[in-house]
Design a binder for this molecule. Structure first.
Ligand SMILES: Nc1ncnc2c1ncn2[C@@H]1O[C@H](COP(=O)(O)OP(=O)(O)O)[C@@H](O)[C@H]1O
Ligand SMILES: [Mg+2]
Length: 136
């Protein structure tokens, strides 16, 4: 099964749409609650990152009988130092974003913790691609 979503940067009302839709589908498929929770946390953080840090993005979800693969690609400023960005508490979020309650710098570390595989590639000035996989 494949699902696809579009996200606009800056629109925090959209963050959470893909993760709640994916949650619904995984429940219908009878995936265990703990696995669903991990996937929803990781996808929510990844959606927020596109809204908070990029201009626009696409989310492609592929579900088979063994795993879920989620690929998020965005057009945005990119990440100059991925190792640094992965550190707990590291954030370049704007004051405006922090005032809305985002930008604690825990998104990427939480994505790492809640997925079985995570791969992030980024080109400064172009955008970022994040792939995450959870096995059922
Ligand atoms: N899609 C993205 N595009 C550009 N920069 C990003 C993206 N995702 C993450 N980053 C960078 O990595 C940092 C850390 O991300 P994260 O751990 O989610 O923390 P936070 O979003 O709270 O700042 C961000 O502050 C930002 O600098
Ligand atoms: Mg984040």
């Amino acid at each position: 099964m494949r699902l696809s979503f579009k996200i606009e940067g800056g629109d925090f009302t959209q963050a959470g749409q893909a993760s709640s839709e994916v949650k619904k589908v995984l429940k219908q498929l009878g995936i265990d609650a703990k696995t669903i929770k991990n996937i929803v946390i990781a996808l929510y953080e990844a959606e927020v990152n596109i809204v908070a840090h990029a201009y626009r993005g696409t989310i492609d979800v592929e579900i088979d009988d063994k795993k879920i693969t989620i690929r998020l690609t965005d057009e945005g400023p990119g990440i100059p130092d991925i190792e640094m960005a992965m550190k707990e508490g590291f954030s370049t979020a704007s004051k405006k974003v922090r005032e809305m309650g985002f930008g604690a710098g825990m998104g990427l570390p939480n994505i790492k913790k809640n997925t079985d595989l995570m791969d992030i590639k980024s080109t400064v000035g172009v955008g970022t691609e994040l792939i995450m996989v959870n096995y059922f």
